[in-house]
Design a binder for this molecule. Structure first.
Ligand SMILES: Cc1cc2nc3c(=O)[nH]c(=O)nc-3n(C[C@H](O)[C@H](O)[C@H](O)COP(=O)(O)O)c2cc1C
Length: 165
C-alpha cells in the first residue's frame, strides 16, 4: 500500500518488516556500574578506521552514561542469549540486566556479554542528535569474536528458522 506521508501509524509498521540482528549496547559509569539495553540500530560504519555506530534514544538510561564517559561496547547477541532480551528492553527490569554469570569486564572496564558472537569496544569520536535519538559514532579499539547462531528480530518477535518452527 502506498502512503503519501510517513506518520507514526505508517512508519512504525514499515520498520517491523526489517529483520535485524540484536546487540546490547553497554557502558560503565564513573562508579564502575554497568548500564545497557537491547538495540537493533547498531551497525558497522567504516572499515578505516574500524568503526561502529548506534542510535540511542535520549530518554534511555544509558544515554547520559555514554555521553559522559565517551565509551560503549556492542555485544552481538547469540541465540543462547534469548532469555536476556526481555530484561534489556524493559525499564522495569533494569535491575535484572547484569547477572554476573553472563557478563565480564574488559581491561578498559567496558561490559562484555560472555559468548557474544562479536563484541566491539568503542570510543566515541562523534555524536549527532536527530529527533528523539543521538547517534554515537565509535572507533573500535578492541574486539572479541566467537561462533554461534544469531538472534534475528522481526515484527516484534525473534524470527525462528523454518527448521525450528
Ligand atoms: C529488539 C529491540 C531493539 C531495540 N532497539 C533500540 C534502539 O536501536 N535504540 C533505542 O534507543 N532503543 C531500542 N530499543 C528499546 C530499548 O531497549 C528499551 O527502551 C530499553 O528499556 C531502554 O533502556 P532503559 O529502560 O534502561 O531506559 C529496542 C528494544 C528491542 C526489544
Amino acid at each position: 500500500m502506498f502512503h503519501s506521508q510517513a506518520t507514526l501509524e505508517t512508519f512504525r509498521p514499515s520498520l517491523r518488516r526489517v529483520a535485524a540482528s540484536v546487540f546490547i549496547v553497554a557502558a560503565t559509569d564513573e562508579e564502575g556500574r554497568f548500564h545497557g539495553m537491547a538495540v537493533t540500530s547498531a551497525s558497522s560504519l567504516s572499515m578505516e578506521p574500524p568503526s561502529m555506530m548506534v542510535a540511542v534514544n535520549r530518554s534511555a538510561s544509558i544515554h547520559p552514561v555514554i555521553a559522559r564517559t565517551g565509551r560503549f561496547s556492542l555485544s552481538l547477541m547469540a541465540a543462547r542469549h534469548e532469555p536476556l532480551l526481555t530484561a534489556f528492553s524493559r525499564s522495569d527490569m533494569r535491575d535484572r540486566r547484569f547477572a554476573a554469570e553472563d557478563w565480564k569486564a574488559a581491561a578498559c572496564g567496558l561490559p562484555m556479554l560472555k559468548e557474544a558472537l562479536a563484541c566491539h569496544l568503542c570510543t566515541v569520536v562523534a555524536a549527532h542528535d536527530f529527533g528523539s535519538h543521538s547517534v554515537f559514532f565509535g572507533r573500535v579499539d578492541a574486539l572479541e569474536v566467537t561462533g554461534g547462531d544469531p538472534i534475528v528480530w522481526q515484527d516484534g518477535v525473534i524470527l525462528r528458522p523454518a527448521s525450528q518452527v
